[in-house]
Write a protein that binds this ligand. Sequence first.
Ligand code: NAP
Length: 309
Amino acid sequence: MLENVIIIGSGPAGFTAALYAARANLKPLLFEGNQPGGQLTITTDVENYPGFVNGIMGPDLMNVFREQAKRFGTRALFENIDKVDFSTRPFKLWSGDKKYESNTVILATGASAKLLGLENEQKLMGHGVSACATCDGYFYKDKKVIVVGGGDSAAEEATFLTKFASEVVLVHRRDELRASKIMQDRVFQNPKISLLWNSSIADFMGDVESGGLKSVKVKNTLDGSISDLKCDGAFIAIGHKPNSSIFVDQIELDKSGYVITKSDSTLTSIPGIFAAGDLQDTVYRQAITAAGSGCMAAMDAEKYLESLH
Ligand code: NAP
């Protein structure tokens, strides 16, 4: 069956695109992928999504997105698209052996925060461990937190967290920051931030039942020694990775792998393929901005489909 619109991804961008495409009577087909609901499903309270006075849990918010998109006829499949061919029309997509064809495709596969890969990091995610200071910083009023990383993200998150936390320790594996000079200056001049050089995180200590993270085990990268560092929160800020591996050689990506969109639109290098959300956003990376660009992608797709007639 030839589809009007296929949407790959189920975060705020994907489901908003689906909502708008469904209400335009395009009967969109959406693929939820490996992490249904996207990055918000690994956060707890979301307090900065407009419309929810008392905040809402990340997974609950994504259920609302899903239900609203389905109400207007979106078909959402719990399948992962693992291969695409955008070189001929209609565009072709595969989920395992199953092949799908569509006149337009909206790419909304998002980005994933890079994590350290420790077992307890996953267990305590949303319970003291976070990959997003903007989302979770507010919960650390007058608390002690650490930030892991040495780039602009880490410097920015550490600085941002001083609005809430009483103390921020920036833990970096080397003895100099990668962050830009201006961001470094902000860090060094902030009396609430201290630096722990040549240090990496060996483990996160605490458990969900007894209130989450209590401390981290810090490994000195020069001599290998291990020490304990008490903290209430740990923010991992070692970069993000756009989920664009299946689009390599299909559409234009920047050197970091983000899909390039034409300014003020969701148009990619191929007419009929649109991109929305964190997959193409190197700056804002918020649920609300992703939702906004999902809306734009559906409207761009609708306009494109009309031009085919
Ligand atoms: P980044 O520049 O790639 O920096 C990542 C940092 O994390 C590096 O310091 C790296 O250490 C460290 N790191 C990576 N893997 C690690 C691991 N497994 N364990 C411990 N540390 C690890 O990433 P980013 O800071 O997210 O920035 C990405 C891009 O966005 C950059 O171009 C940046 O300029 C830009 N950005 C700009 C702003 C701004 O201007 N306001 C804000 C955020 C991001 P090493 O230094 O040892 O490699």
